[in-house]
Design a protein around this ligand. Structure first.
Ligand code: SF4
Length: 86
């Protein structure tokens, strides 16, 4: 399982989640080359340890545990994972 970043992050990219993630699995970070070009941030499903720290840190409530993921944003599970496969 992993946490998933969804639509409210698009255009927001606050990065508060990046600062609280204990395993550094949310990218791109502000100092990484892709930061300006991506529309949102993504969680690496292979690295996420399901701690939940990022959920309350997000100012736009864009992050969900898989079991809490709203159906309308189901596609974001794959969207997050896909970013790490390129
Ligand atoms: Fe990082 Fe924890 Fe959020 Fe996973 S649940 S992305 S490990 S802060």
């Amino acid at each position: 399982m992993a946490y998933v970043i969804t639509e409210p992050c698009i255009g927001t990219k606050d990065t508060a989640c990046v600062d609280v993630c204990p395993v550094d699995c949310i990218h791109p970070k502000k100092d990484e080359p892709d930061f300006e070009s991506v529309e949102q941030l993504y969680i690496d499903p292979d690295e996420c340890i399901d701690c939940g720290a990022c959920v309350p840190a997000c100012p736009v409530s864009a992050i969900f545990a898989l079991e809490d993921l709203p159906e309308k944003w189901a596609s974001y599970t794959e969207k997050n994972a896909q970013w790490y496969k390129k």
